[in-house]
Ligand binder design. Structure first.
Ligand code: NAD
Length: 492
């Protein structure tokens, strides 16, 4: 299924060609090579997947949870066996380094492992004798058909924040991967097929906006999990709600890290550089602003500039390379133009990654690590998600001023602090208005057994992806009040 050609959809346990009129190219962002074509599946193909999932739900919800998770154990085994090959596919279509692709896959697998605990996680509650001889139960039942709409930057991991939990809870599922990176999910669906899920339980529908709109409107689809940029997240949230669906939408970010003067210099520089430039800055948990306090400004500025300027950029398949390309030529142009905006707003371009040329990769989309010094707190660069390897520096005098900057931001995906002081760490953890907090951590990505807790304009909804939140999202509670008078059983 993954050879060059137009990708198929996986519906009701079968690989089906799409009748889409609109077909998009999938390109390797490091080389420009065309890897395949992806159809923008039309409305009736979404409806076909929804019907298959609705039909499969009737049986799947009756499969006991300890048996449902046997399919996930098989899937984990298959993902482990094919990890190297999947990592290559991620790197080829998404650009990140092989080590980053493997890290992403580990996170995907971790979610499968956690969902295997569903016989415990899905349990309800019981209270005997809510009144004399009357008991009350709260049980969790699956919703029906649910769907995920995914972004380009983690082609394997992000659908796994949702899918394993949805399936383990007894729902049936539809995945719509990003049209920029559909090959990884295509290969993962071949593995889902091998894992032996009954037809219709998991379905793959390729596409873009037209396909998403069909998912939003389809009456059978009960719940939607979205991850992507905030303007689209807001749209999905509003549309899904208007169509009566349960919805969770994780959006964009502009993540600050605060560096205090007492922070460990080498560790802080290394970790902040990895956060800002890892995955070419295309992570929703990338550090994009470093707020340096007092004396930290001098040493951190010199150290981060040196680290940025010496990072090895190239094709992520090359084991020497530390940073790959950005996803498209448009993305490269947008990032370069935002660097110019930063300069126009008064920042100094201390390390300039524009006009990057990597020999033998002339058709690739590269922006090298960039450091903007003295970013204006009121300017566009302080607030716009760049989604590229660009770190803005903002000096302040006190930790209070730094926390105030963090809290003024409309975003709330992540905020980090680098310090040796427990009291400063506590103050920051207590006061910062972001949902994922790092203390001497640069990418505070929650493990699968914690919720991925974006706040403010980085998240629309209440229940997040992963862990117990996902179980709650993919189930509806039923409360049973039960009375069995003693005299009715006297005959026995
Ligand atoms: P995107 O919003 O462009 O696309 C995400 C998905 O929405 C894709 O499947 C796409 O086909 C679909 N889509 C795009 N435009 C649409 C429209 N107008 N109507 C309906 N559907 C549409 O995002 P992207 O560029 O693929 O991913 C990068 C963004 O995702 C960044 O903003 C990043 O911060 C965010 N992100 C957030 C998290 C998080 O956990 N908060 C994680 C990863 C990425």
């Amino acid at each position: 299924m993954t050879e060059l050609g137009t990708l198929k959809n996986y519906i009701n346990g079968q690989w089906l060609p799409s009748a889409a009129g609109d077909v998009l190219s999938v390109n390797n962002p490091a080389t420009g090579e065309v890897l395949g074509q992806v159809p923008v599946s039309p409305k009736d193909e979404v409806a076909q997947a929804a019907r298959a999932a609705e039909k499969a739900f009737e049986e799947w919800r009756r499969v006991p949870p300890p048996q449902r998770v046997q399919y996930l154990f098989k899937l984990k085994d298959l993902l482990e066996t094919h990890l190297e090959e999947l990592a290559q596919t991620i790197t080829q279509e998404c650009g990140k380094t092989l080590a980053e692709s493997k890290g992403e896959l580990r996170r995907a697998i971790e979610n499968v492992e956690v969902a295997c605990g569903i016989p415990m996680m899905m349990q309800g509650t019981v209270l005997e004798d809510i009144a004399s001889g009357i008991d009350e139960f709260m049980i969790r039942q699956p919703l029906g058909v649910a769907a995920a709409i995914a972004p380009f930057n983690f082609p394997a991991m992000i659908p796994f924040w949702f899918m394993p939990y949805a399936l383990a809870c007894g729902n049936t599922y539809i995945v719509k991967p990003s049209e920029k990176v559909p090959l990884t999910m295509q290969r993962i669906f071949e593995l889902l097929d091998q894992a032996g899920f009954p037809p219709g339980v998991v379905n793959l529908v390729n596409g873009a906006k037209e396909t998403v709109d069909a998912i939003l409107e389809h009456p059978t689809i009960r719940a939607i999990s979205f991850v992507g940029s905030s303007p689209v997240a807001k749209y999905i949230y509003a549309q899904a709600a208007a169509h009566g669906k349960r919805v969770q939408c994780q959006g964009g970010a502009k993540n600050p890290v605060i560096v205090l003067p007492d922070a460990d210099r080498d560790m802080t520089t290394r970790i902040v550089a990895d956060s800002a430039f890892g995955c070419a800055g295309q992570r929703c948990l990338a550090a994009s602003l470093a707020v340096t306090v007092g004396e930290a400004t001098e040493w951190f500025t010199d150290a981060i500039a040196h680290t940025a300027a010496t990072r090895i950029v190239g094709d992520g398949l090359d084991p020497e390379v530390q940073m790959g390309p950005v996803i498209t030529a448009q993305s490269q142009q947008r990032i370069e133009s935002l660097i110019q905006t930063g300069a126009d707003e008064g920042a100094t371009v201390l390390v300039d990654g524009r006009n990057a040329h990597i020999s033998t990769l002339e058709a690739g989309h590269f922006v090298k690590p960039t450091v903007l010094q003295n970013v204006s707190p009121s300017g566009e660069i302080a607030h716009t998600e760049i989604f590229g390897p660009v770190l803005g520096l903002m000096p302040v005098d006190t930790i209070e001023a730094a926390i105030a900057l963090v809290n003024r931001s409309p975003w709330g995906n992540m905020a980090c602090l680098f310090t040796n002081s427990g009291a400063a760490a506590r103050q920051f953890r207590y006061e910062a208005t972001a949902g994922n907090i790092g203390i001497n951590i640069g990418v505070a990505a929650p493990m699968a057994f914690f919720p991925f807790s974006g706040w403010k304009d980085s998240f629309f909804g209440d229940l997040h992806g992963q862990g117990a939140h996902a179980v709650e999202f993919f189930t509806q509670t039923k409360v049973v009040v039960e009375r069995w008078p003693q005299e009715w059983s006297r005959q026995f």
